[in-house]
Design a protein around this ligand. Structure first.
Ligand code: SF4
Ligand code: SF4
Length: 63
């Protein structure tokens, strides 16, 4: 799943940009933005966000 960034929580620290292997994240109006076309769904951005602004929603096995 491509991560979702909560723009209200994102502080614009750019940590996620530095750890994203395919450089799929950029800054837009001071907040992080993920280009889904390039995201490889590794989750590094979410685990390296100090503000916990990036969420990955896993599909439910037993909906
Ligand atoms: S999940 Fe991985 S590839 Fe996708 S935006 Fe985050 S760090 Fe980049
Ligand atoms: S690491 Fe988190 S707080 Fe920092 S720019 Fe990325 S989404 Fe925003």
């Amino acid at each position: 799943m491509i991560p979702l960034i909560d723009r209200d929580i994102c502080t614009g620290c750019e940590n996620c940009i530095e750890v994203c292997p395919p450089s799929a994240i950029s800054m837009q109006d001071g907040k992080a933005y993920i280009d889904g076309e390039f995201c490889e769904e590794c989750g590094f951005c979410a685990s390296n966000c100090p503000a916990d602004a990036i969420k990955i929603e896993f599909p439910l096995l037993y909906p």
